[in-house]
Design a protein around this ligand. Structure first.
Ligand code: SAM
Length: 310
């Protein structure tokens, strides 16, 4: 089953699909550091470039298209309801790519898209309605949607994300993967002998540990057994009410990039060839591999039931 991966980042989504028996043949991202990490870890090609600038014929035909598209520009979609109205958004680019394949009689059998939880409620649900309408009415897919939490799939991180799963076959039945009780904690996934640079100085500690102020009041808690969502701006070190801090040997520290990798389901063999600040961004942006794998296995089952798995 050939897969084209869009907005591939460091391939969290791709890895899950590969593990489930799919074959990623082409990937793309416009961030050179993400492409560096991706290339160090996967054998399939990844093209560095803005997806809006890549010529449609240069994107190979495939059975499946996957993409954790950035949530930028949803506001542009506002009240609108049709294909033309999503123009200028990255979702529209995905739709254009699919439309081009349909015009060539190479309609992908399945499309899997990942996004933030708020996608479904943004602009009182209108943004998602537009996306759903385009996938269903303009592109002819049967559309399923659910929010999955990474902590329900074996990693100690609360991370709720929207997974949109679409099939070209109108007979398709799809069950989202079953949740499993979490058997590990963040503490189980910590590294030992961590370099001093990850520990907080006495000077910064009070600021980090103070509760949120002003419009943003939140409780400062460290040593959580299930981590808060990793985010793309982790390199900046947020307060403890928004970020993850742990106590080790009586001192408080931030998570290391390797620990962030583990919390996103990447094995320790995953090569991190970039600076810490790039690594934090990449793991904060990634799709949790465990969730991707579980979704990919469920997609595979549907394709097998339809007799479409090759
Ligand atoms: C949420 S991340 C996807 C993470 C990825 N699925 C993973 O599991 O690692 C979104 C990615 O889209 C990329 N991106 C954003 N705009 C893009 C564009 N116009 N063309 C290509 N890539 C883009 C970003 O660099 C980022 O890596």
């Amino acid at each position: 089953m050939k897969v084209v991966s869009l907005f591939s980042g460091i391939g969290g989504l791709d890895k899950g699909f590969e593990d489930a028996g799919f074959n990623v043949i082409w990937a793309n991202d416009f961030d050179k550091y993400a492409v560096q990490t991706y290339s160090a870890n996967y054998s399939n090609p990844i093209i560095l470039g803005d997806i809006n600038q890549i010529h449609l014929p240069d994107i190979p035909d495939s059975d499946v298209i996957i993409g954790g598209f950035p949530c930028q520009a949803f506001s542009m979609m506002g009240d609108q309801l049709g294909f033309e109205d999503a123009r200028g958004t990255l979702f529209f680019r995905i739709a254009e790519i699919i439309k081009d394949k349909i015009n060539k009689d190479e309609k992908p059998k399945a499309i899997i898209l990942e996004n933030v939880r708020a996608l479904r409620t943004h602009d009182r649900g209108r943004t998602f309605k537009t996306i759903e309408r385009i996938l269903r009415d303009d592109l002819g897919y049967k559309v399923f949607v659910d929010v999955l939490n990474s902590a329900d799939y074996g990693v100690p991180q609360t991370r709720n994300r929207t997974y949109i799963v679409c099939f070209s076959n109108s007979e398709a039945e799809f069950e989202y993967p079953e949740k499993k009780p979490l058997e590990v904690t963040l503490q189980d996934r910590l590294e030992q002998n961590v370099p001093a640079k990850y520990f907080l100085s006495d000077k910064i500690l009070p600021t980090i540990l103070s509760n949120g102020t002003g419009g943003y009041k939140a409780k400062s808690e460290i040593d959580l057994p299930v981590a808060r969502p990793l985010c793309a701006t982790m390199a900046k070190m947020h307060r403890a009410c928004q970020d993850n801090y742990v106590t080790q040997n009586g001192k408080v520290r931030r998570l290391t990039p390797r620990e962030c990798a583990r919390l996103q389901g990447f094995e320790d063999s995953f090569i991190i060839p970039v600076s810490d600040s790039q690594a934090y961004k990449q793991f904060g942006n990634a799709v949790t591999v465990n969730v991707s794998r579980a979704v990919a296995e469920a997609v595979r089952k549907t394709l097998e039931d339809l007799g479409e798995w090759e």
